[in-house]
Design a protein around this ligand. Structure first.
Ligand SMILES: [Fe+2]
Ligand SMILES: [Fe+2]
Length: 168
């Protein structure tokens, strides 16, 4: 008996994912496109596409982490911690894939497609709010020198403490 192939159901970019910060939205759109390539990949291309997604995600998360540092977030805030966890899981999947278990990678790709909208619409949306509030250039991502003192503590969007992305 052969296992049936997983049904490709990839994340699709939509306005619901947009944060009205072009420099963030562009990276998120790229993430969605790279994830789509993974989901649609045959076995021969799965790991190269997964590696490309990991590299892009590393840069994507690093930039957001740098913004958070510039805004005065504590180093181990839950958003940065979630980035770290997701990257660890993705790298673990890459290692498993190289040992021949491609299903782990395919499963992670499906999980990422479910995790990302939650992350974008909660943690990234909150960060976007803080960045706009601090006077970030929404096209370049540059923050004014006095960004940190302008960080307000009132009424950021409520966060959904979604920490559910985990490897099987
Ligand atoms: Fe993001
Ligand atoms: Fe993020």
């Amino acid at each position: 008996m052969t296992a049936s192939p997983p049904t490709p159901s990839s994340l699709v970019w939509s306005d619901a994912l947009a944060l009205d910060v072009p420099v963030m939205d562009q990276v998120h759109h790229e993430f969605v496109d790279l994830l789509e390539r993974v989901v649609r990949a045959d076995d021969s291309m799965l790991l190269p596409h997964w590696a490309a997604l990991i590299a892009h995600t590393r840069d994507h998360f690093e930039r957001e982490d740098q913004w958070m540092q510039a805004l005065g977030f504590v180093a181990e805030n839950c958003h940065t911690a979630q980035h770290k966890l997701v990257l660890q899981v993705m790298r673990h999947g890459h290692a498993q894939g190289h040992r021949g278990d491609l299903q782990v990678v395919r499963h992670m790709a499906q999980e990422l497609g479910q995790w990302f909208p939650q992350h974008a619409q909660t943690m990234d949306a909150s960060l976007a709010w803080h960045l706009r509030n601090a006077g970030m250039d929404p096209h370049t991502g540059a923050l004014p020198p006095a960004a940190q003192p302008r960080l307000r503590k009132d009424a950021p969007p409520k966060l959904n403490p979604h920490e559910a992305f985990a490897a099987a």
